[in-house]
Each structure stands twice: as structure tokens, then as C-alpha cells.
Design a protein around this ligand. Structure first.
Ligand code: HMG
Ligand code: MG
Length: 309
């Protein structure tokens, strides 16, 4: 297998990680947590989403969070935006990057954003155009690439169709979502083999949820195929409330442990993030899924880990 010298980590904990939490994390705690991340060497943090607050009450304080954080130069602060109302709020909050999102499967798209795929495309096209005009960078998500909670198998043709449409709109990067954590390494290989014939590896990111414990294995295969950007969530929090059975993203802590052990550069100080994981675990009040974080916690959060690679 071949490994890259470096990898870009896109931290999605404050958005994907918190959107599914039953207890509301206070605005002040969210801001503190994001500020801790900003000091860790992470260069990309998805801090919230400007969706309908009735659909995602956990992130109803999106504007207050986005305007309350201390922005660190060189860090890109991203947020999810579903429609024009969301874009207005994102502009008001002066977000750096707009992430639009949709699904490869019709039923998840409908359950998640209340529109079918054909109705969604023109909305996202306008959002990307207006974001670019306003000088924002843009990112697109395709969910249910490897399986849908409602339809099961997802046809690769559907993934290609929405991916092409999103790139034609002008997005800078496409994140391929295993929304419910069903992918396995063989499937990742097969899907990427098809997609990499159409889209360059440096325009793709992988977004694995770790519901069944296969996320790191899927990342290894993706690395071997030339992908160098991965979404992950501190502590392994995460999940889409409109995808039954979805649980946490691959944990940033576990991903860093693996990458740094392989001498793959990330620029992130693992030690600093451990304290950020500790902080959010206390606020959430339950044990975080990340194995690496739990191992470090039981060793006293200090000794066994090196710093950044
Ligand atoms: P809708 O109910 O069809 O919207 O929702 P609407 O246009 O009919 O408006 C209904 C009401 O919502 C109106 O208020 C609007 O003003 C308000 P009312 O007149 O009833 O008082 N409204 C808004 N308010 C604030 N901000 C907004 C907004 N939009 C409408 N942006 C909508 C359509 C898309 C908004 C809704 O379905 C929604 O918010 N969906 C988001 C669901 C979500 O966030 N899911 C999780 C994120 S996706 C994910 O996790 C997957 C990912 O991680 C990748 C992966 O894992 O695969 C990205
Ligand atoms: Mg997700």
C-alpha cells in the first residue's frame, strides 16, 4: 500500500457531532470548544449549520456561535447551508465557507431536506453561485453514497449524477458520505475506482461514520487510492437525525493516532485536542466513543501520546 506524506483533516464535530445530541450544549460551551480546536493546528472546522432550527434544535444558536468564536487566521470556518434563508444567516455570521448537502438516494434526500433530488439541485446551484459571488469558498456533501437507511443499496449511477451536478455548480470540494456507517473497504475501493475516473482525488474528501467499526479500514483504502482529505469528529460524536441508526463520525482522536503512528503529517497537535475531547465529554455527560481518547484518558491524558507530526 502507498501512503501520502500528509493528510488534511476537516473537523466536523461542532456540526455533525452535536446535531444529533439530545441535550443542548450551551452556546458558551460550543464557543469554548471550537476555540480549543482553533488552537490545535486544525485548519478546517465545520462549526454549525444554518438549517431550520425546528429540524435541528441542537444547532439553533448557529449565528451566536459563528459570531462568538475567536477566529484564528489560517483556519477556515465552515457551516452547512440548505437554502436561501440559511445563506442569509450564514452571511450575517460571516462564515468563511458554505457547505451545501444532498443525498444520492431519493428517500434520504426527502427525509433530510424535504425535497426530492431534482427539486434540490436548482436550490443548491443558486446557493453555490451566491456564495462564490460573495467571496466564500464552497464544499458539497453527497450523503448515502455507500447505503441508504431507507432504500438500502445505492446505485453508483445516482452518486455520479449528483456529484457531477455539484461540481458543475462550482463547488471546490466534494465530500462523499457514508452517512450510516455501512461501507466496507472492498466497497470503498470499488466506488472510488469508478469516481476517480471522473473526478480528481484532490477534489474529493471522505466522510465516514463509524457505526460498524469499519471507518479506519475504509480510510486506509481511501489513502491508498490517493485521497488525502478526511472529515472526522472529535471524540467520535456525530450522526444524522434523519438517518435512523446513524452514529458517530470516525473520531478525530483515532484518526490522528493512526496517521501520526504511520508518520503521515497532519499539522494537528493531538495533545491539545485530547483536552478538547475531555471538555466536550464533560459537557455531554457520557463517555465518548473514541477508543484512542479513552485509552489516553485512562493513562492520565498525558504520557502515551506524542505531539503533532
Ligand atoms: P422546510 O420545513 O421544508 O422549509 O425545511 P420551508 O422552506 O417550508 O420553511 C418552513 C419553516 O422553516 C419556515 O418558518 C421557514 O422560515 C423556516 P415558519 O414560516 O414555519 O415559521 N426555515 C428556516 N429557518 C431558519 N433557517 C433556515 C430555514 N429554512 C426554513 N435555513 C429545510 C427545509 C431544508 C430547511 C429543512 O429540511 C432542514 O433544515 N433540513 C436540515 C436537516 C439537517 O440538518 N440534517 C443533518 C445534516 S445532513 C448530514 O448530517 C449528512 C452529512 O453529515 C454527510 C453524511 O454524513 O452523509 C452532511
Ligand atoms: Mg455526517
Amino acid at each position: 500500500m502507498k501512503w501520502p506524506a500528509g493528510v488534511t483533516i476537516k473537523e466536523v464535530g461542532p456540526r455533525d457531532g452535536l446535531q444529533n445530541e439530545k441535550s443542548f450544549i450551551s452556546t458558551e460551551d460550543k464557543i469554548t470548544w471550537i476555540n480549543q480546536m482553533s488552537e490545535s493546528g486544525l485548519k478546517h472546522i465545520e462549526i454549525t449549520s444554518f438549517v431550520n432550527p425546528k429540524w435541528i434544535p441542537a444547532l439553533s444558536d448557529a449565528v451566536a456561535v459563528a459570531t462568538g468564536i475567536t477566529k484564528v487566521p489560517g483556519v477556515t470556518y465552515t457551516a452547512l447551508v440548505p437554502n436561501h434563508q440559511g445563506l442569509e444567516r450564514a452571511f450575517q455570521a460571516n462564515i468563511d465557507e458554505v457547505a451545501v448537502f444532498m443525498s444520492a438516494s431519493e428517500t434520504h434526500n426527502l427525509k433530510n431536506i424535504n425535497k426530492n433530488i431534482d427539486q434540490t439541485l436548482p436550490v443548491l446551484r443558486d446557493l453555490v453561485r451566491d456564495s462564490l459571488t460573495a467571496g466564500k469558498s464552497t464544499r458539497g456533501y453527497v450523503s448515502t453514497v455507500f447505503g441508504c437507511p431507507y432504500e438500502g443499496h445505492v446505485d453508483i449511477e445516482g452518486v455520479i449524477k449528483v456529484s457531477e451536478a455539484l461540481f458543475e455548480m462550482g463547488i471546490g470540494e466534494l465530500s462523499l458520505g457514508d452517512t450510516i456507517g455501512v461501507a466496507n473497504p472492498k466497497q470503498v475501493h470499488e466506488v472510488l475506482e469508478v469516481l476517480l475516473k471522473r473526478f480528481p482525488a484532490d477534489k474529493l474528501a471522505m466522510h465516514f461514520h463509524d457505526t460498524r467499526g469499519t471507518a479506519l479500514a475504509n480510510i486506509l483504502v481511501s489513502l491508498d487510492m490517493g485521497i488525502t482529505t478526511f472529515d472526522s469528529s472529535l471524540g467520535g460524536l456525530g450522526g444524522c437525525p434523519y438517518a435512523p441508526g446513524a452514529s458517530g463520525n470516525v473520531a478525530t482522536d483515532d484518526l490522528l493516532y493512526m496517521l501520526h503512528g504511520m508518520v503521515i503529517h497532519t499539522g494537528v497537535d493531538q495533545q491539545k485536542l485530547l483536552y478538547a475531547s475531555q471538555f466536550i465529554q464533560e459537557k455531554i455527560g457520557r463517555t465518548l466513543p473514541s477508543k484512542s481518547f479513552q485509552a489516553a484518558s485512562s493513562a492520565g491524558l498525558g504520557g502515551i501520546l506524542g505531539s503533532s507530526v
